[in-house]
Design a protein around this ligand. Structure first.
Ligand code: SF4
Ligand code: SF4
Length: 169
């Protein structure tokens, strides 16, 4: 793990690049990104994936390794990761927007159609997004997965959101 990441807890571009799918895979549909940088005893991502896209761990402290070709972006791992370290990105959701599937553990849950403020990895507000769908089945055990449409140019930056749209709305 890079020193700066260890100090701040916020991954920089180099950290993010190291776990991001290549352009070609991103262009071909929804895919999971695992921003898991710290060796900790944790493996639900590897055990929950129905497509076995995340390699079985040899050691419980292993960092996850994903085969992006097997991943279909279902987001089951997003809900199962206790570290909230996984999200799904679909870069070509519309001509102007990408779709992010983000874990969300607060109440109230947003609703489809809500406009929300979107935040980067450092918690800074970088724009607005639109909630498209909220998945919260019992099998997700209270970690909802919120499908959020954001401008394509923000897709790589956004990792969280807060309820409430642009000022004055
Ligand atoms: S998004 Fe679905 S298919 Fe992809 S790694 Fe996660 S659980 Fe597996
Ligand atoms: S479940 Fe999440 S925190 Fe645990 S190893 Fe997998 S990606 Fe990392």
């Amino acid at each position: 793990m890079e020193k700066e990441l260890k100090r701040t807890g916020v991954p920089d571009n180099r950290d993010v690049d190291s776990v991001y799918p290549g352009k070609e895979r991103l262009a071909s549909g929804a895919v999971a990104v695992l921003e898991c940088f710290q060796r900790i005893p944790c493996n639900p991502c590897a055990t929950c994936c129905p497509r076995k896209a995340i390699k079985a761990f040899h050691d419980i402290n292993d960092l996850p390794i994903i085969d992006w070709e097997k991943c279909n972006g279902c987001a089951i791992c997003v809900a199962n990761c206790p570290g909230l370290a996984i999200f799904v990105i679909d870069e070509n959701y519309s001509p102007t927007e990408a779709l992010l599937k983000l874990p969300y553990e607060f109440v109230p849950l947003p609703r489809a159609g809500d406009e929300v403020k979107v935040l980067n990895r450092a918690g800074q507000e970088v724009g607005v997004g639109r909630v498209v769908r909220v998945q919260n089945p019992p099998s997700f055990d209270r970690t909802a997965v919120v499908h959020l449409a954001v401008l394509k140019e923000l897709a790589r930056e956004v990792r969280f959101f807060i309820l409430g749209g642009a000022e004055g709305e």
